[in-house]
Write a protein that binds this ligand. Structure first.
Ligand code: AMP
Length: 568
């Protein structure tokens, strides 16, 4: 297919906000490729060139895109950067400069979707010396032949930011509209097939063959799978009300999620919640899995949690977060930051999917095949009860053991990959609030272009009166009705900007805001020595002066309180 035809579809999708209309536009495209052998255009619609389960990434930065644009257009870097600052979308900049290009007539070499897929698929494969140049020439080759609108979508695809407002739900509905009957059973079956396969091309191929073929899609150990997510419970009573009695209570470990896979060839792979393959970062876990899990193949859901070797107390997520990213000297980090695996679910066992079985059956099997070994690998601490008092004691104990709280699960429920479900709840202590001062910020992109989108928060050092950074908050909305908007806050802040460095700005300390955050951790990243976990700006405090902002002393006390769990 000509890439320009696909770009017209992109434009249509971008222009039409209605999901119904988007589904109609997409299914017209799918009808055209229904009988083609290669259906990978769906990946391009997702803004990718590989299935969702595939971890390969383009590894293209905005800077590299700018270089490619300089190379293909002959326009200076300064001009491109200045346009980008104004517009905030490098795709649009590409469109603009391509339309101004003198050699407009040279688009004779028509780009096809096959060519786009071919060049983009090669990007993650490139490694070693000269990689940047090779990447640059693959991109420039496409940009040189591209029309303005094609250039826009090439750049946006490279930056994983297609902006056509087409999520997995719309793609699923378009597949149904193209080949199947639209009813609840079909929608559920296609959704479940996608959740298991994480590959829309496979789902579309099967959908073309009919519902039976869709239903036969199974989990595959070794392919990353989206984890099932939890909703919040208000308290123990609420938990029982929502999942029924008896309920399963488990420690909510404060670490990171690990989906551990072993396939029929005994190959072990570990994926994070973001579907990143982190196997090579965790040789210790691979070893524990070999030693303590008895099964030919499986997919096990778990939480990796750090502990202090000397005190044998669990540590926070922050303490072990380095382990996910570390690519070198891995053994050194294995020793320095040991982790314990707490397995809490099993979705596949010896060639069979268990996702549609009850949690009761899955958790029993898990406990049968795992030989618990503390500080290596074990099953999550669990209590099955109908008794509120017992459940409360268990919750208190979880907090005393330095964990975040408890998970409350329904015994009869199935495992729904990728879904946030009401049959698995999380219960943790209420969030905390602080008043802090805004001392910095960063300009945003897209609809936030020209506005500050991220705000640096600081507390005051009571001894030196200096403002010390303690976190960054983003995620403010555009509309005023939904609380403080980034537009409103930018307006207030602009006259206070003292320095601009690229997109970053320094701000004169004047504005006090109320922040809600989950907890405080020690951190070398910020000057205060602490970092707020998940800070959100709740409101402006025009009624408060700088004197009222939180001090480092208070932060230290808050941190200690959290550590000692005095609140409970
Ligand atoms: P949250 O990240 O606050 O939405 O809480 C859900 C997360 O808790 C899951 O994604 C897991 O990473 C983590 N978790 C810790 N312990 C458990 C457990 N026993 N069962 C399920 N999830 C758990």
């Amino acid at each position: 297919m000509n890439y320009s035809d696909l770009c017209k579809v992109y434009e249509d999708l971008e222009k039409n906000p209605s999901r119904l209309k988007k589904t109609e536009i997409l299914s017209q495209l799918l009808k055209k490729i229904k009988h083609e052998k290669n259906k990978e255009i769906i990946y391009l619609i997702e803004g990718k060139v590989f299935p969702d389960y595939c971890e390969k990434e383009f590894g293209i930065s905005e800077q590299l895109c700018i270089k490619a644009l300089v190379k293909s257009s002959g326009i200076s870097k300064e001009k491109i950067v200045s346009e980008w600052r104004k517009i905030g979308d490098l795709g649009k900049v590409a469109e603009e400069i391509t339309s101004k290009k003198k050699q407009n007539t040279l688009f004779s070499h028509k780009l096809t979707t096959e060519k786009i897929l071919k060049n983009l698929k090669r990007l993650p494969e490139l490694q070693g010396k000269g990689t940047v140049d090779k990447k640059l020439s693959l991109i420039s080759e496409l940009l040189t032949s591209a029309s303005p609108i094609e250039a826009k979508y090439i750049i946006r695809t490279l930056l994983n930011d297609l902006r056509i407002g087409t999520g997995p739900g719309t793609i699923r509905d378009s597949i149904i509209a193209t080949c199947l009957k639209k009813d609840k059973e079909t929608t559920d079956a296609v959704q479940s097939a996608y959740d298991k396969a994480n590959d829309f091309v496979l789902v579309f191929e099967r959908a073309c063959k009919g519902l039976k073929s869709i239903k036969s899609i199974n989990l595959t150990p070794g392919h990353p799978l989206k984890a099932m997510l939890a909703l919040k419970a208000e308290n123990i009573q609420d938990g029982f009300k929502r999942v029924g009695k008896p309920a399963v209570f488990e420690y909510k470990y404060d670490g990171f999620r690990m989906m551990i896979n072993k396939d029929e060839k005994e190959d072990i792979k570990i994926f994070t919640r973001r579907l990143d393959n982190v196997t090579s970062q965790f040789p210790d876990v691979v070893q524990y899995v070999k030693q303590h899990i008895k099964a030919k193949s499986f997919i096990i859901d778990s939480e990796a949690v750090g502990f202090d070797k000397k005190t044998r107390r669990y540590t926070s997520f922050q303490a072990i977060s380095q382990r996910i990213k570390r690519k070198h000297n891995i053994q050194e980090l294995v020793k320095k930051l040991p982790i314990e695996i707490n397995a809490f679910d099993i979705l596949y066992y010896n060639g069979k999917s268990l996702a549609d079985e009850s949690f009761e059956k899955r958790t029993k099997l898990l406990r049968k095949i795992i030989e618990n070994k503390r500080f290596h690998l074990k099953t999550a601490h669990q209590l099955i009860t109908s008794n509120e008092k017992q459940a409360k004691e268990f919750y208190k104990q979880a907090l005393k053991d330095n964990q975040e709280g408890v998970m409350i699960k329904n015994l009869k429920s199935i495992y729904q990959p990728g879904a946030r479900v009401g049959h698995m709840l999380k219960l943790k202590p209420a969030e905390n609030e602080l008043d802090l001062v805004i001392t910095g910020g960063e300009y945003g992109k897209g609809k936030r272009a020209g506005y500050l989108a991220s705000f640096t928060l600081s507390c005051k050092d009571d001894k030196t009166n200096e403002y010390l950074e303690i976190g960054k908050a983003s995620g403010l909305k555009e509309k005023k009705q939904e609380g403080l908007s980034f537009i409103e806050l930018t307006k207030k802040i602009k006259p206070l900007i003292t320095k601009e460095i690229g997109r970053k700005v320094n701000i004169k300390p004047k504005i006090v805001v109320t922040i809600r955050y989950q907890n405080i951790q020690r951190s070398p990243t910020y000057k205060s020595g602490f970092a707020l976990r998940f800070p959100r700006i709740i409101q402006l405090r025009p009624d408060r002066s700088l004197k009222d902002s939180a001090t480092l002393k208070e932060i230290k006390e808050d941190y200690k309180r959290h550590e000692l769990k005095i609140r409970y």
